[in-house]
Ligand binder design. Structure first.
Ligand code: KG4
Ligand code: ZN
Length: 346
C-alpha cells in the first residue's frame, strides 16, 4: 500500500491531499482571500497565510482521508516554480514531517503536476498525450510520453492566458481575478461583434501582450479603433459609458479571441505530433468558452479529449499527490537538502 501526503503552496492556495495507490482520498484547499483588496497576489502576505493555514489544512486532509500519520509512505511537496516565500513554507513543512516520520521525500514540479491532474479521474488518457496547460502564470503545450517523461513543445513568450483574462478584466474595471467574470458576461454577449487581432507567433509558442495592448487602445478609442490614435482618445467618461453599454459583447469577443489563439496552436501541435489524446489543465480550463470549443474541436477531428474536474484544474495538492505517486513507483526521491526554486527547468 502506497499512501502519500502531498502539499501545495506555490502561490495563494494552501492545499494538502492524501493519495492511496493512485486514488485521491482527500484534497483540501484553503484559498487566501487577503489578496483581493490588492488586485493581485502579494507575496509576503501569501507566505504568512501559508504559515497560518498549513497545519489545519494538513490535519483536515488526513482526517478526511481517514489516514493516520504512521500509515504514510512518503511526503510530497511542490518544489518549483512559484513564489519563493510561499514554496519555502511547504518545503520546510514537508521536510520536517519526513524527518520526524523517517519516510521518503518527493519533490514535484508544479507544471508537470497540472498536466498529470488528468490521471486523477477514472477515465484517463493513454500515453502519449498532449496537454494544453492554461493558468494564471503559464500557458504551455506539453507532450506527455510517460508519467515521468514530458516535453514542453510551446509556451507563452509574454503573458499567460489567465493573465490575458485578468488584465482585460482590470481594463474593464472588474475585480481580481477577473477571468471567471469575463466568462460570465461572455455567455450573454455576441462574440463576433468586435474583432481583436490574432498574433503571428512562430512554432507552437503563444503571445498575449499584443492583444492586451489592442484592448487598451480599443477602450481608449471607445471601440472605434484598435491602434493608438491620440486624436481619437475618448474621455474617461466616454470610455466608462462605452464599457457599460457593451460589456457582454466585449467580454465575448475577447474570450473568443483568447480561445482561438489557444486552440489554433493546439491544432498545430496535433498535426505535428500525430498524437490524438488531448488534455486540458490549469485554472483557465474552467472557462466555458474554452471547454465548449475544445470539445467541439475534438469531436470534429476525432480526438479523444479530457478535462479534469475543476477542483483539480486550479492549484491543488491532489495533482501533486498523483504526480508523487508515479515518482514513488519510479523510486524518484530527494534528500533533506532539497531547496525550492522560483523558476525551474523541466
Ligand atoms: O491554475 P490557476 O488556479 O492558478 C495558477 O497557477 O495560475 O489559474 C488561475 C487563473 C486566473 O488567471 C483566473 O482568472 C483564471 O485562471 N480563471 C479563468 C476562469 N476561472 C479561472 N479564466 C477564464 N474563465 C474562467 N472561468
Ligand atoms: Zn498552477
Amino acid at each position: 500500500m502506497i499512501t502519500i501526503l502531498a502539499i501545495e503552496s506555490s502561490c495563494d492556495e494552501t492545499s494538502a491531499s492524501v493519495c492511496r495507490n493512485g486514488v485521491i482520498l482527500s484534497n483540501v484547499i484553503a484559498t487566501q482571500a487577503v489578496h483581493e483588496q490588492f488586485g493581485g497576489v502579494v507575496p509576503e502576505l501569501a507566505s504568512r497565510a501559508h504559515m497560518e493555514n498549513i497545519v489545519p489544512v494538513v490535519d483536515k486532509a488526513l482526517k478526511e482521508a481517514g489516514v493516520e500519520m504512521n500509515e504514510l509512505s512518503a511526503i510530497a511537496f511542490t518544489q518549483a516554480p512559484g513564489l519563493i516565500g510561499s514554496l519555502l513554507v511547504g518545503v520546510q513543512f514537508a521536510k520536517s514531517l519526513a524527518l520526524a516520520l523517517n519516510i521518503p521525500l518527493i519533490a514535484v514540479h508544479h507544471m508537470q503536476a497540472h498536466v498529470l491532474a488528468n490521471l486523477i479521474p477514472q477515465e484517463k488518457p493513454s500515453f502519449p498525450f498532449l496537454c494544453l496547460t492554461v493558468s494564471g502564470g503559464h500557458t504551455q503545450i506539453v507532450l506527455c510520453e510517460t508519467a515521468t517523461q514530458m516535453k514542453v513543445l510551446g509556451e507563452t513568450i509574454d503573458d499567460a492566458a489567465g493573465e490575458a483574462f485578468d488584465k482585460t478584466a482590470k481594463l474593464l474595471g472588474l475585480p481580481y481575478p477577473g477571468g471567471p467574470l469575463i466568462d460570465k458576461y461572455a455567455q450573454l454577449g455576441n462574440a463576433d461583434r468586435f474583432k481583436f487581432p490574432e498574433p503571428q507567433i512562430p512554432e507552437l509558442n503563444f503571445s498575449f501582450s499584443g492583444l492586451k495592448t489592442s484592448i487598451l487602445y480599443f477602450l481608449r478609442n471607445a471601440g472605434t479603433s484598435l491602434v493608438y490614435k491620440e486624436e481619437f482618445l475618448a474621455s474617461e467618461e466616454e470610455q466608462q459609458k462605452f464599457i457599460a453599454e457593451n460589456l457582454n459583447d466585449i467580454c465575448a469577443s475577447v474570450q473568443q479571441r483568447i480561445v482561438s489563439i489557444l486552440l489554433n496552436k493546439l491544432k498545430k501541435a496535433v498535426k505535428q505530433t500525430g498524437v490524438q489524446q488531448i488534455c486540458l489543465a490549469g485554472g483557465v480550463s474552467a472557462n466555458s468558452g474554452l471547454r465548449k470549443a475544445f470539445a467541439e474541436l475534438g469531436e470534429k477531428h476525432h480526438w479523444k479529449t479530457f478535462i479534469p474536474s475543476f477542483e483539480y484544474c486550479t492549484d491543488n495538492a491532489g495533482m501533486i499527490a498523483i504526480t508523487a505517486y508515479h515518482k514513488y513507483l519510479a523510486g524518484d526521491f530527494v534528500s533533506l537538502a532539497v531547496q525550492p526554486s522560483a523558476r525551474a527547468e523541466w
